[in-house]
Design a protein around this ligand. Structure first.
Ligand code: SAM
Length: 143
C-alpha cells in the first residue's frame, strides 16, 4: 500500500505492516520528515518492508502497482490531489481517505468543501467507534 503524506512517524504504515504483513511506500513532501521517518523505520527493523519516497502525489502512479493508495487526513491541497489522481491513476485503482464527521476535529476537516471527481466510486465507508473518531472512505477508480 501507498500513503500520500506519511509524515515523520508513518504510524499507519507501521501498523499495517506489523498487523497484516503488507509492504508499504510512504510519500512525504518534506525532506526532513521523510529522512526522520526512514530513521524510525530503520530502528524498528522495517526498512525492508516500508520505503519512503520524498515527493508528493504527483509522482503517482509508481511502477509497482499498489493494492491501495491512502490519502492522509492532513495531505493537501485535497482538490488538487484528487483531481490529479482521477486523471493519472489506472482504472480499478483503490483509494482510501479519512474524514472527521464528528467531534472538534471536524472543524479542521477540509473534505466538507469538496466533491470527489465522478470517476471515483465509493464502495465502503467505515464509521468510527470509540476511541476512534475518523471515518474511513474507500473508493475505486471507474473506467
Ligand atoms: C501528520 S502526517 C500524517 C501521518 C499519518 N496520519 C499516519 O498516521 O501515518 C501528514 C504529512 O503529510 C505531508 N503532506 C501533506 N500534503 C502532502 C502531499 N500532497 N504529498 C505528500 N506529503 C504531503 C505533510 O508534510 C505531513 O508531514
Amino acid at each position: 500500500m501507498v500513503i500520500i503524506g506519511s509524515g515523520p512517524l508513518p504510524i499507519s504504515l507501521i501498523m499495517m505492516c506489523h498487523q497484516y504483513g503488507v509492504r508499504g511506500i510512504g510519500i512525504e513532501q518534506e525532506t526532513e520528515r521523510a529522512e526522520l521517518s526512514r530513521k524510525v523505520l530503520e530502528k524498528l527493523g522495517l526498512s525492508d518492508q516500508i520505503r519512503i519516497i520524498t515527493g508528493n502525489h504527483s509522482i503517482l502512479p509508481l511502477k509497482d502497482a499498489a493494492e491501495l493508495i491512502m490519502v492522509a487526513a492532513q495531505a493537501e491541497p485535497k482538490q488538487e490531489i484528487f483531481d490529479y489522481l482521477a486523471e493519472a491513476l489506472p482504472t480499478s485503482t483503490k483509494l482510501s481517505y479519512r474524514i472527521y464527521e464528528k467531534g472538534l476535529r471536524r472543524l479542521l476537516d477540509t473534505f466538507f468543501h469538496y466533491d470527489l471527481p465522478e470517476s471515483f466510486e465509493e464502495y465502503l465507508r467505515i464509521r468510527p467507534e470509540p476511541p476512534v473518531n475518523n471515518t474511513v472512505v474507500f473508493v475505486i477508480k471507474k473506467t
